[in-house]
Design a binder for this molecule. Structure first.
Ligand code: PMP
Length: 323
């Protein structure tokens, strides 16, 4: 779908996958006016296909668009485009039974040629798809994390809450630092004091205190994950208390050592839920749940996947069925 100043959205098309031809002066290449989303389509026991909360992705896409001075795509247009692609590629949605899915990548970028810094007058919205295998083919394994103090992902007033390529470009060096420390993932801290926990590379974090789960509050500099939001409700359905709050790195270490913080996990569209094992930081190193996936973590993981794959009742109306 195309957006042109004065004309709005027009020319929706379903076309075979093919390279785009880009002018060297395309404004996106220079000024990064680009946003994207990620969501999955799952096969259900009866063979039908459904996507998980595409309306939530559509609304987050609008928030991202507003932050990057781009036009907002109507929620229905976003969902219709995803639906049309999934219908077309239905054969690529993996069989019911595992955790495999068809991953959808909607994105929008400035499509105007020019070298001046200003919002573009033309944009393209495109959705592509790719089959995604199970995130953990050999069984769920805890990830090790590095608490980054040298780099920040986003600053107050910045673009942290938007899903834009620049945030991911900013994370690459920190991810390399985490790898050099022997860790799988970087954990982002607040920009000013490097004390408050924000999120992981491409996932949000949850802290399990017995039967209460807490996730970092939305400060404006972390992404409002749709999995994160879903778990606030799902945990309550399962009898846990759930809350948003502020967790500092000192507290993380102290509460693990005194036994009150029983598990930590990360959540996002890609891995659904991933246990956190070893934590490394300038303030020391410690391990959650003896390096094993925690009980609450795995219970929530199963509950969410069961809804997504159609094995459990969808009480919240999260699944968007395509037939
Ligand atoms: N934080 C970041 C930085 C991410 O890239 C993602 C993945 N979209 C998430 C959190 C998790 O969000 P969601 O649950 O919507 O996939």
């Amino acid at each position: 779908v195309k957006w042109t100043e004065g004309r709005g959205w027009h020319d929706a098309q379903l076309t075979p996958y093919a390279p785009l031809s880009i002018d060297p002066a395309n404004m996106t290449l220079h000024y990064a006016q680009e946003i994207f989303e990620g969501l999955k389509a799952y096969r259900r026991p009866d063979g039908s296909v459904a996507t998980f909360r595409p309306d939530a992705n559509a609304r987050r896409f609008q928030l991202s668009a507003r932050r990057l001075a781009m036009p907002e795509l109507p929620v229905e247009t976003f969902i219709d485009a995803c639906d049309a692609l999934v219908q077309q590629d239905k054969a690529w949605v993996p069989e019911h039974g595992g955790e495999a899915s068809l991953y959808l990548r909607p994105f929008m970028f400035a499509n105007e040629v020019g070298l001046g810094v200003r919002p573009a007058n033309e944009y393209l919205f495109i959705v592509i798809a790719s089959p995604a295998g199970p995130y953990f083919p050999g069984g769920v394994k805890p990830v090790s994390v590095w608490l980054s103090e040298n780099y920040v992902r986003a600053v107050p007033g910045g673009m942290g809450f938007a899903k834009t390529g620049g945030n991911y470009a900013a994370s690459l060096l920190a991810q390399a630092e985490a790898a050099a420390k022997g860790c799988d993932q970087v954990v982002w801290l607040d920009a000013l004091e490097h004390r408050t926990v924000e999120e992981m590379g491409g996932m949000n974090l949850y802290f399990v205190y017995g039967d209460k789960i807490v996730t970092p509050e939305l400060t404006g500099s972390l992404l409002a994950g749709i999995t994160r939001d879903s778990l606030l409700s799902l945990a309550r359905d399962l009898g846990y208390e759930s809350a948003e709050g502020r967790i500092t790195t000192d507290q993380w270490k102290r509460d693990t050592e005194n036994g009150s913080l029983t598990e930590v996990f990360a959540c996002g569209t890609a891995a659904v839920i991933t246990p956190v094992g070893t934590v490394k930081s300038t303030g020391g190193e410690w391990t959650q749940s003896n390096g094993e996936p925690g009980k609450v973590t795995m219970e929530l993981r199963k509950a969410l996947l069961d809804i997504q794959t159609g094995k459990a009742e969808d009480k919240h109306g999260w699944m968007h069925e395509l037939g």
